[in-house]
Design a protein around this ligand. Structure first.
Ligand SMILES: [Zn+2]
Length: 259
């Protein structure tokens, strides 16, 4: 059994067949879903979906590509939404210098507001980072020391850094989210990261509808494909699928404090 630690089941790509997508996931052993948000409207929608779906949990906040929409007053509504029992994290938040759709100082300000909110609420964070590793790590480093939950701070979702960055993130108290690119031929540093970082610091995620693993690369992704990612981790580490799936499941339950 597995939990997809990062998927956007509320996105309109799943409007035509959401129930079917969930059914296929359950058939593949994917029994739960963590659904992060990208802005305030999305956060409301994800919390509403989590209220309807017993196996879906919500994370709330502004994605760096949507950071320009953030107002200081939105913090009050996020704080209010976070009191809902199905809200398990703040995310996805971070820095994205690839698209650069929002000025970098604005991204850093909004990221810091969310980090402070997570610390105030004692919730873990789901971090999105693209071509902004140095600034992201600098901000996480200064934040990590002041957080009440020292070993369960959050996850660097769809991790794409090298082994040195992975080791520092884990030492700070983060997990690494392993997604579809680990199955790609040009997986770069990911096979090394997956074999050298302790299994009890990895999470499995699809980031559906994005980042479909092989052999579905380029198509709409869905949580049922999480199994392919866990199989790849097992192959890279030369251990059984059951050991991988049990450990990933326990890691996800532990980080997000699920029942
Ligand atoms: Zn995402």
């Amino acid at each position: 059994m597995l939990i997809d630690s990062h998927c956007h089941l509320n996105f309109n790509q799943f409007d035509p067949d959401r129930a079917e997508v969930v059914r296929r996931a359950v058939e593949e052993g994917v029994i739960g879903f963590i659904n992060p948000s990208v802005d305030l409207q999305d956060s409301r929608q994800v919390v509403a979906l989590a209220t309807e779906m017993p196996t879906l949990y919500a994370a709330i906040g502004f994605h760096p590509n949507d950071a320009a929409k953030f107002n200081e007053e939105d913090l009050a509504e996020l704080r209010d939404l976070a009191t809902h029992p199905k809200v398990v994290a703040i995310g996805e938040i971070g820095l994205d210098y690839h698209w650069d759709s929002t000025p970098r100082p604005v991204q850093r300000h909004v990221f810091e507001q969310h980090l402070n909110l997570a610390r105030e609420l004692g919730k873990p964070v789901i971090i999105h980072q693209r071509e902004a590793a140095a600034d992201t790590m600098a901000m996480l480093r200064s934040w990590a020391g002041q957080h009440p939950k020292s070993k369960n701070l959050g996850v660097l979702h769809s991790f794409s850094g090298d082994v040195a960055m992975a080791e520092e993130a884990v030492a700070l108290g983060f997990y690494l989210g392993i997604s579809g690119p680990v199955t790609f031929k040009n997986a770069r540093d990911l096979p090394a990261v997956v074999t050298m970082i302790p299994l009890n610091r990895l999470l499995g995620e699809t980031d559906a509808p994005f980042l479909a693993p092989q052999p579905f690369r380029g198509k709409r992704n869905e949580p049922a494909h999480l199994r392919l990612i866990a199989e790849k981790i097992a192959a890279l580490r030369h251990i059984s699928f059951v050991e991988v799936s049990d450990t990933l499941l326990n890691n996800t339950i532990s980080l997000f404090n699920l029942e």
